[in-house]
Design a protein around this ligand. Structure first.
Ligand SMILES: Cc1cc2nc3c(=O)[nH]c(=O)nc-3n(C[C@H](O)[C@H](O)[C@H](O)COP(=O)(O)OP(=O)(O)OC[C@H]3O[C@@H](n4cnc5c(N)ncnc54)[C@H](O)[C@@H]3O)c2cc1C
Length: 478
């Protein structure tokens, strides 16, 4: 879409953008925004233009934005093709994703400002350290503390406990930016959007005051331990027990595949407090990692997400005060069912963003790579495969944005979140396989983003509930 610009010198705009030698980072974009400060206005300024992107050459790549009350217009710059850019009014929804060509109306100005902070943080603190973290098999504590200082942890938690007081749109922004940057390792999403909400929604005032401020500052890293060596999908069959002894619970059992397992300071453990009571015998109990009898097992060697510390945890007569019980005894399964829709939807949000960025990377790659005297893009097979993936990605985007708006309004149901997770992650999985193929041997090399996505995202069809469990949930209400 091209609209008329008044008072804009397109050549000067292009020169300004090209003269900035650091065009691919948020800082670079801000400098460009500075160069453009005070320029021009949109012809449709006086109308409520909900798609007010004025210019962009539709190169099919990823865009970044900057915004500040100081700038009369917002500059949106293509990261892959830095001479492409677009200008929008602040305060109006931004057509963020040019390759998708969909107006995203779900985010507000405050979400976009948060996005700029998140993006800068990832560029500065995470992306340069990915190889080091992959090697170590975990991220360091420092990055948690830095994220806490920048207000990136607990963005959706209440301000009175140190959180950002945001809505799920802020969580989605974080998930999207991490996914787009191809970063894996920092378990911020599971910490802030999946585990902390249990404490915020189910915990009592004392528990919230005790644990949430540390979770928001990065001083307390959180994990949730549901899965056991003998059971995952069938949660009701867990065998870890918590037996009351005076004013303490004594916990025995083992858990596996626990994200943030090595770094966690606080673990919400799903236990049986009543044997033979099925779902009604399940409770959520917080275990601090320095309790006697608690032990971490080996760091598990995974297919992907090498920097994420997924671990086994063992509980051998671990005593915790009964005041560590979250909510009511026997209500654990119900609490899990209340929070799992957000966990599953959060995975869908990441999958949608990763699908778009993988498509952008693939389009850029095949247009460069030569074979038989032409580019790989020139083969009709390539165009058709990418056309199919684009159609899938648009469908996923529309669905995820629709459900995102609904989730911000009223919270998704189990069925809706299952639909979102199933469709987004299955679409992503199939598309990634095709896109690896289009990269040839380079698609198998981890230094290429497509290979990283291929291995890192495979698990999205497994954790948070497998695709089969999602289908089961959906079919129950057909
Ligand atoms: C990287 C990673 C991180 C994880 N992080 C955490 C975490 O932080 N905390 C945590 O508690 N867990 C975590 N998990 C565990 C994850 O949630 C489970 O692996 C998942 O729920 C599947 O359970 P399972 O592995 O026991 O598979 P199983 O339940 O044994 O499933 C095996 C197969 O049987 C199928 N199946 C099972 N039930 C049905 C059914 N009703 N109908 C049809 N097919 C069925 C499954 O779809 C699957 O194909 C993580 C897992 C991984 C790999």
């Amino acid at each position: 879409m091209r609209a008329t610009l008044i008072g804009w010198d397109e050549a000067r705009l292009r020169r300004s953008v090209s003269s900035c030698d650091d065009r691919s980072t948020s800082d670079g974009i801000e400098r460009i925004a500075d160069l453009l400060k005070g320029w021009g206005r949109c012809q449709r300024n006086d109308q409520a233009c909900e798609r007010c992107v004025l210019w962009g050459d539709g190169c099919g790549a990823r865009f970044a934005s900057t915004n500040s009350p100081a700038y009369p217009m917002r500059v949106v710059l293509c990261e892959a093709y830095p001479t492409s850019f677009a200008i929008t009014h602040p305060g109006t929804p931004i057509l963020r994703n040019f390759s998708m060509q969909i107006a995203r109306t779900v985010f507000r100005e405050d979400h976009e400002m948060f996005r700029a902070t998140v993006r800068r943080f990832i560029e500065r603190e995470c992306a340069p350290r990915q190889d080091e973290w992959d090697e170590a098999g975990r991220v360091d504590r420092e990055v948690w503390l830095k994220a806490g200082r920048e207000g990136l942890l607990g963005a959706i938690l209440p301000e009175e406990y140190g959180g950002g007081g945001g809505d799920f749109g802020h969580a989605a922004v974080m998930a999207e930016e991490i996914a787009r940057a191809n970063v894996s390792g920092p378990g911020f999403q599971v910490h802030s959007d999946i585990i902390a909400p249990y404490i915020a929604r189910v915990g009592n005032e004392q528990q919230k005051r005790k644990w949430l401020p540390g979770a928001c500052s990065g001083e307390l890293i959180l994990a949730i331990a549901m899965t056991e060596p003998g059971t995952g999908s069938d949660l009701k069959s867990i065998r870890t027990t918590a037996v009351k002894d005076g004013d303490e619970y004594v916990i025995n059992g083992s858990k596996t595949f626990i994200s943030n397992g090595l770094n966690a300071d606080i673990i919400i453990v799903v236990c049986k407090t009543a044997a033979n009571a099925g779902a009604k015998g399940m409770s959520l109990i917080v275990v601090e990692a320095d309790r006697a009898g608690f032990r971490r097992g080996r760091k598990l060697k995974k297919v992907g997400q090498h920097a994420q510390d997924t671990a086994e945890l063992f509980f051998d007569n671990v005593r915790v005060p009964t005041s560590n019980l979250l909510g009511e005894e026997g209500m654990g399964f119900r609490y899990l069912m209340g929070e799992l829709p957000q966990e599953r939807f959060s995975i869908a949000v990441s999958a949608a963003a990763r699908l778009e960025s993988a498509l952008d990377h693939t389009i850029a790659y095949v247009k460069e790579r030569k074979a038989f005297g032409q580019t790989v893009w020139d083969f009709q097979n390539t165009k058709f495969k990418l056309a199919d993936i684009k159609a899938q990605a648009v469908a996923v985007r529309l669905m995820v944005d629709h459900y995102l708006a609904e989730h911000m309004r009223r919270g998704l149901t189990l069925q809706e979140s299952a639909i979102a997770k199933l469709f987004a992650t299955e679409s992503l999985g199939k598309a990634l396989d095709e896109m690896v193929q289009l990269h040839g041997g380079y698609g198998y090399m981890l230094e290429y983003p497509i290979a990283r996505s291929f291995v890192d995202m495979r698990v999205t069809r497994i954790y948070g509930g497998t695709s089969e469990v999602m289908r089961d949930l959906i079919s129950r209400q057909l």
